[in-house]
Design a protein around this ligand. Structure first.
Ligand code: GLU
Length: 449
C-alpha cells in the first residue's frame, strides 16, 4: 500500500471511523486518496475547507424496507438502498443493483466511484447508486415485477429528472427498468421519461445504451493499445462475466479482430479456443436466462466448462474483467502477468483488488481502471436524458459515434493528467485526479455544500 500524504491520513482515519465495517468503501476511498497526494503537493488549496472530507461523505443515504409477496403467497422482506453521493455536477446518477451481497457499504463504494466516473464523462451528472439485497435468481417474471413495484413505491419519492436518475446495474436490466418506470408513472401521474435510463426503445430508451458499457470499455482499451502502436487485431481476449457488460464487450472486441477465448458466470467459466460463439451466449443469457455451463453442453466439441476455478488462469493478451468487485486478486494478476497479458480494461466496478493493480502496474501492464474504462454506460445514460429532454430519438450510429468520442476523450484526459502529475501511463492516477478536480472545482464554486 502506498503511504498517504500526512494531510490525507486523518481523512482516511475518519472515513474508517464513520463507516465501520464497510471494506469496499474504504478500499475505493483509499485508492482515490493515494492519488490525491500529488494533487495537494501541487495545489495545497484543494485540501482547504474540508473539501476532500466533504467529497468522501455522501450527501444523503436512504435505507428502506421492501415487502413483497412471492408466487406461493408468502410475504418476504428485502432491504432497499439509495446513496445520493454528490450532486455538484448534476442530478445524482447511477445504477440500481439487485444482488444478495448488497449492503450499505457496497452501495456507498459504488456511489463514490460513480461520482468520479460521471465527472470524467464531462457530462452534467452527479453521482449516486442504489439497490437491494434481493436475489433475482430463479424468480418468476411476476415475482420480479412485484418486487420492482414495491421497491419503486418507496424510492419514487426521492427521484426526479432534476433530482436523481437511476439506471440498471447487476441484476437490473431492461425488464426491471420497465417495471420500475411503469410504477413511477402510476405513482406520480407524470410521463417523466428522464427519471430513469436504460429504458426500452418502445418507451423512451436510447439506442446503443444496452451496448454502451462494453463498447465503451473496448474503445478505451483500443485507445490505450494504440499508444503502444498495437490494437485488438489478432489478440486473445478473456472477458469475465456474461451479463450485459461482458456480452457487448465481446461483440465489439470481435468486430475489431480480437478472439474471445473465455467468459464466465458466478458458478464457473467456459473456454472455447475457436472463439466464443456470441449468439449462443446471448441466447443462453438474454433469452433463456440460464447458467453459462449450458454453453459447453450446447456447443459441444472444442469448448469446455470449468466449475469454480479462476478464469484468469486462461492465457490471454488482454483481460477485461466485467463481472463484479474484487473478482481479480493478486494471485490472478500474477497468473495473467506470467502468461504474458499486455493490457487490462475494467468493465465492472472495482473488479481488481489493490494488490492486483499493483502487480499489473509494476509489471508494466497497461491498466484501465473501471471508473474511466466503464464510463460508457453512464455516459450513454446522459445521452438518453438529453434525448428525453428534447423529445428526440437518435439513430444507433449517431449515438454510438457520441459514445466513441466520449470514451476516446476520457482516455486522452486520463493519459494527459497522468503526464501532468509526473506518472506517465498511470491511468489510475490520471482518472482519480481528473475526476476529483472536476468535482472539486464545481463544489468550491457552489460554496460550503
Ligand atoms: N451501473 C452503471 C455504472 O456502473 C450505469 C449507471 C447509469 O447508467 O446511470 O456506471
Amino acid at each position: 500500500m502506498t503511504q498517504l500524504d500526512e494531510k490525507l491520513e486523518p481523512i482516511m482515519a475518519e472515513v474508517f471511523r464513520r463507516n465501520a465495517a464497510e471494506p469496499e468503501f474504504h478500499q475505493a476511498v483509499r485508492e482515490v486518496l493515494e492519488s490525491l497526494g500529488r494533487v495537494i503537493a501541487k495545489r495545497p488549496d484543494y485540501a482547504d475547507d474540508a473539501l476532500i472530507e466533504r467529497i468522501c461523505e455522501p450527501e444523503r443515504q436512504i435505507i428502506f424496507r421492501v415487502p413483497w409477496t412471492d408466487d406461493k403467497g408468502q410475504v418476504r422482506i428485502n432491504r432497499g438502498f439509495r446513496v445520493q453521493f454528490n450532486s455538484a455536477l448534476g442530478p445524482y446518477k447511477g445504477g440500481i443493483r439487485f444482488h444478495p451481497s448488497v449492503n450499505v457499504g457496497i452501495i456507498k463504494f459504488l456511489g463514490f466511484e460513480q461520482t468520479f466516473k460521471n465527472a470524467l464523462t464531462g457530462l452534467p451528472i452527479g453521482g449516486g447508486k442504489g439497490g437491494s439485497d434481493f436475489d433475482p435468481k430463479g424468480r418468476s417474471d411476476a415475482e420480479i415485477m412485484r418486487f420492482c413495484q414495491s421497491f419503486m413505491t418507496e424510492l419514487s419519492r426521492h427521484l426526479g429528472e432534476y433530482t436523481d436518475v437511476p439506471a440498471g446495474d447487476i441484476g437490473v436490466g431492461g425488464r426491471e427498468i420497465g417495471y420500475m418506470f411503469g410504477q413511477y408513472k402510476r405513482l406520480t401521474n407524470r410521463y417523466e421519461a428522464g427519471v430513469l435510463t436504460g429504458k426500452g426503445l418502445s418507451y423512451g430508451g436510447s439506442r446503443a445504451r444496452k451496448e454502451a458499457t462494453g463498447y465503451g470499455n473496448t474503445y478505451f482499451v483500443d485507445s490505450m493499445l494504440a499508444t503502444k502502436g498495437t490494437s485488438f487485431d489478432g489478440k486473445r481476449v478473456v472477458v469475465s462475466g456474461s451479463g450485459n457488460v461482458a456480452i457487448y464487450t465481446m461483440e465489439k472486441v470481435m468486430s475489431l479482430g480480437g478472439r474471445i477465448v473465455a467468459c464466465s458466470d458466478s458458478n464457473g467459466y467456459i473456454v472455447d479456443e475457436n472463439g466464443i460463439d456470441l449468439d449462443l451466449v446471448k441466447e443462453i443469457k438474454e433469452v433463456r436466462r440460464e447458467r453459462i455451463s449450458e454453453y459447453a453442453r450446447l456447443r459441444g466439441t472444442g469448448s469446455h466448462y470449468i466449475a469454480g476455478g479462476s478464469i484468469w488462469d486462461v492465457p490471454c493478451d488482454v483481460a477485461m474483467p466485467s463481472a463484479t468487485q474484487n473478482e481479480l486478486t493478486g494471485k490472478d494478476a500474477k497468473a495473467l502477468v506470467q502468461n504474458g497479458v499486455i493490457a487490462v480494461g475494467e468493465g465492472a466496478n472495482m473488479p481488481s483488488t489493490p494488490d492486483a493493480i499493483r502487480i499489473f502496474q509494476e509489471a508494466g501492464v497497461m491498466f484501465a481502471p473501471g471508473k474511466a474504462a466503464n464510463a460508457g454506460g453512464v455516459a450513454t445514460s446522459a445521452l438518453e436524458m438529453q434525448q428525453n429532454a428534447s423529445r428526440d430519438s437518435w439513430t444507433f450510429e449517431q449515438t454510438e459515434a457520441r459514445l466513441e468520442t466520449i470514451m476516446r476523450n476520457i482516455h486522452d484526459t486520463c493519459a494527459a493528467t497522468a503526464d501532468e502529475y509526473g506518472a506517465p501511463g498511470d491511468y489510475v492516477l490520471g482518472a482519480n485526479i481528473a475526476g476529483f478536480v472536476r468535482v472539486a472545482e464545481a463544489m468550491r464554486a457552489l460554496g460550503v455544500i
